[in-house]
Design a binder for this molecule. Structure first.
Ligand code: B12
Ligand code: SF4
Ligand code: SF4
Length: 387
């Protein structure tokens, strides 16, 4: 079979199985990516979530000997939620980023890629292919860029003309030789909105991210969150969409092509207080199917406590006192101390914090309690005398 014909058949089949965009590129090494990754590593800008060595990440033949072509796929996800519940005083809510709406995208894309692998294996017996989504060694964005799926934008995302940046990416490497597509021209131009809007200045410049400052990364860490970022995280429980939301190329982009990607409003925008006491089993049942739960319950609960502090939610105080005094996890105790200090300065808070200090045996949590106690003094001292 002529490979141009196979390409056409693959494109038709990809549409048939619900792949929104497909592109083809060679399995040649990614030379500029290699130096970029090295530079990011040296600057300490990487997140630690990247898999594989520099060589594995940039030389597809390390992953599949005799690799000839990489097929990149994109699936568009919704940017707007119908019937989003309102976050009200006394009933404040947190938010999961759009990439965590619906069923975990790794599973959705993996199913589509498996179909493509089977299709090629049937058409070209003896060929070999291997597929990956997010957790593989390859840079899904670098592959997508070279395969003409979209351009590599200043907010770091691959932006497609059709769906904006609201697309998940995945790919398969194959030994079959298929004619390649051409990359798209950059369309950011002189716009710099994403860089300007980033709440933590994580976008050092267009197309360069310091992961350590990026809220999407910070929400996924497991330890204490540095204080300077807490208020900036606001009510984000997982991920951050700001540099995509402000992008003019995303205006009006809201694809609803996959029922499994539709968000359940109560799950992706949950009330915060119940999250603080949710059991492991309930957490797994309610959140286990979404990509945003991959780091487990603790980071989400820590972020929920920060959100309650950010909202100055008085109704959360009782639960926060209990966590401060009784939770077995130092990160939860320490973050609760901070949130209490954001919400109130009262005799009751001071008493609870002092009680917590007496029994605290973790240095980091104790430091948070000390800071919270100090802020109680600062807030209440002058008021007492001025009144
Ligand atoms: C680690 C990781 C993160 C880290 C670091 C992100 C980053 N920008 O590097 C953190 C946790 C912060 C993160 C956050 C997010 N992520 Co993420 N993440 C990844 C992961 C696993 C690896 C990315 C990586 O290697 N980065 C290293 C950088 C250096 O390389 P790169 O971005 O892959 O490639 C580009 C650069 O190298 C650039 N480049 C190369 N040379 C040069 C030279 C110059 C001068 C310049 C300017 C640029 C440049 O061009 C390449 C192509 O765009 C990928 C999955 C994968 N396996 O690829 C998902 C992935 C990139 N993430 C994704 C998503 C959706 C997100 C979030 C939007 C989620 C959210 N809402 O919170 C945010 C967006 C944050 C942002 N502005 O980038 C999608 C992106 C989809 C898209 N349309 O682009 C991916 C592809 C997952 C997927 N399979 O769909 N992520
Ligand atoms: S995801 Fe949020 S914190 Fe990260 S670069 Fe974009 S706007 Fe900045
Ligand atoms: S906001 Fe502007 S600069 Fe940033 S990605 Fe969108 S078009 Fe490009």
């Amino acid at each position: 079979m002529m490979n141009a014909q196979l390409k056409n058949e693959l494109i038709a089949y990809s549409k048939h199985v619900g792949i929104d965009k497909i592109g083809f590129t060679s399995a040649d090494p990614f030379v500029t990516l290699k130096s970029r990754l090295k530079q990011q590593q040296e600057l300490g800008y990487q997140s630690g979530f990247e898999k594989g060595s520099l060589k594995e990440r940039t030389e597809p033949q390390m992953l599949l000997p005799e690799a000839s072509t990489i097929i990149s796929i994109a699936l568009a996800y919704p940017s707007k939620m119908k019937n989003a519940p309102k976050s009200k005083r006394g009933d404040r809510r947190g938010i999961f980023c759009r990439a965590s709406w619906g069923e975990d995208y790794h599973h959705v894309l993996r199913r589509k890629l498996n179909l493509l692998v089977e299709f090629i294996e049937k058409k070209v017996p003896g060929s070999k292919s291997t597929a990956m989504v997010d957790t593989g060694e390859l840079s899904d964005r670098a592959v997508a860029e070279r395969a003409g799926i979209g351009w590599s934008a200043k907010n770091c995302a691959i932006i497609t003309p059709e769906f904006g940046s609201y697309v998940y990416l995945g790919e398969m490497i194959t030994t079959v030789d298929i004619p390649e597509d051409q990359p798209l021209l950059d369309q950011c131009g002189s716009c710099n909105k994403c860089v300007d809007a980033c709440p933590t200045d994580a976008l050092i410049q267009g197309g360069q991210l310091d992961s350590n400052k990026c809220i999407a990364f910070l929400t996924q860490t497991k330890g204490m969150l540095p204080e300077r970022y807490r208020k900036k995280i606001g009510n984000r429980l997982y991920g951050c969409d700001t540099c995509q939301v402000v992008c003019p190329k995303n205006k009006g982009k809201d694809a609803h092509n996959h029922p499994e990607m539709e968000p359940d409003p109560e799950t992706v925008k949950p009330t915060l207080i119940p999250l603080l006491t949710i059991s492991n089993r309930e957490f797994k049942e309610k959140y286990g199917k979404m990509s945003g739960s991959w780091r487990g319950k603790k980071p989400i609960q820590r972020n929920a406590i920060i959100a309650l502090g950010f909202f100055k939610e008085k109704e959360a105080l009782e639960t926060l006192y209990t966590l401060l005094l009784e939770d077995p996890r130092p990160v939860i105790r320490g973050t609760s101390a901070w949130a209490i200090s954001q919400i109130t300065s009262s005799n009751e808070a001071e008493t609870k914090l002092k009680e917590a200090k007496k029994k605290e045996n973790d240095l980091e949590a104790e430091a948070e309690i000390d800071k919270a106690l100090k802020s109680q003094d600062k807030e209440r001292g002058p008021l007492r005398t001025e009144r």
